[in-house]
Design a protein around this ligand. Structure first.
Ligand SMILES: [Zn+2]
Length: 356
């Protein structure tokens, strides 16, 4: 009986995949030559995959389209959304999102992951923070190569030249014109705007259409800067964030906490939380390559801030945010995830042990 049930579940998963993913599940294809084909190897927890353009068809075949992975327990519970690669030079966010796709098992509720939120940024490396075009994670079965890139949308993909100055519609603050290509200044986006605004709009549409309860955006900051080792939370869920910070402290992981600014607009934690029912969070670990001249810096094996420590910390932050969320959630709207390594597991076994 049990085996029969599993078979039916498997068939439904296949049907779901066929509907959501015309290009194949395991990164076999892309919707256009401009869409990057990243080496992401979904684990057993992934029940379907699709594209960001499923939420805004105008993105289909464009460099802004990107893969969306669904991990559905099939049981009642909360829906959690995690984005990596908003800034594709911030490689811990990408590596953490990929780890979720490859390792996470959902016991209750649903997890949705977009490892390359700004795919266009991953196609080049020029920019404010220069980076390598790839980063490597050594696994027991070979070296995995992941695309890294710039902080901003590629200028040629934007569909409009940079303005003289960029001012978010809800902000009085003026930023340099190139910041119009910064996905984390473009939320909540515009379906008829630039590529960056379209991507932002599609991400918020995903959050709304999928009824997301918790949304987490993974980032990195300059070493020693204010944002390094920081969790930023929308004011409406600052108490849950504070409780997550305490949970992290109990594990010996020190993170700072800050609420979203009222005046500085366009950031994911501010706009996602304001425009949807989702609690929203942003996590920042220190990236050793975020310096004016990163030549000679090893952003994977840096002795002070190695990638394993940054990814392990981001995973622990997600785990603690969800534990805090569950404390205040009704029993039928909790999220339960297994299969994720602790920071200590990653330190002992090596980061590569947790990729397929
Ligand atoms: Zn960032």
């Amino acid at each position: 009986m049990k085996r029969y049930f599993v078979f039916i579940a498997f068939c439904s998963a296949l049907i779901a995949m066929a509907g959501a993913d015309p290009a194949g599940t395991t990164g076999g294809g892309s919707r256009g030559s401009a869409t990057m084909n990243h080496d992401i190897r979904p684990g057993d927890g992934v029940t379907a995959s699709g594209w960001l353009s499923d939420y805004l068809p105008a993105l289909a075949g464009s460099p802004g389209d990107t893969r969306v992975f669904y991990l559905d327990s099939g049981k009642p519970g909360a829906t959690v959304f995690v984005a990596g690669g908003t800034h594709t030079n911030e490689i811990a966010g990408i590596a953490t999102a990929v780890l979720l796709v490859e390792r996470a098992k959902i016991e209750n509720g649903r997890l949705i992951v977009v490892p390359y939120a700004n795919n266009s940024a991953s196609t080049y490396t020029e920019g404010e923070w220069r980076s390598d075009p790839w980063f490597a994670i050594v696994t027991p079965h070979g070296t995995r190569w992941f695309k890294s890139g710039a902080r901003l949308t590629y200028p040629g993909h934007q569909g409009a030249p940079d303005p003289e100055v960029y001012r978010h519609v809800n902000s009085s603050e003026e930023l340099p014109g190139y910041e119009s290509r910064n996905l984390d200044r473009a939320h909540p986006g515009d379906p008829n705007g630039t590529l960056t605004q379209k991507v932002a709009y599609a991400l918020l549409s995903l959050i709304k259409n999928e009824n997301v309860d918790v949304a987490i955006d993974l980032h990195e900051a300059d070493v020693g800067g204010r944002l390094a080792w920081m969790m930023v939370a929308n004011p409406k869920n600052i108490d849950t964030a504070a409780s997550a910070i305490l949970g992290l402290e109990m594990k010996g992981i020190a993170m700072k906490l800050e609420p979203s600014s009222e005046s500085f607009r366009g950031l994911s934690h501010r706009e996602w939380g304001d425009a949807s029912k989702a609690q929203s969070y942003l996590i920042e670990t220190p990236n050793p390559a975020m310096v004016k001249d990163p030549r000679g810096v090893d952003w994977v094996n840096d002795p002070e801030n190695p990638l394993w420590k940054r990814v392990g910390t981001q995973v622990e932050c997600i785990v603690e945010i969800l534990a805090s969320f569950n404390e205040n959630a009704p029993v039928d709207n909790m999220i339960a995830i297994s299969g994720l390594p602790s920071l200590e597991d990653i330190e002992l076994q090596g980061l590569g042990a947790f990729y397929n």
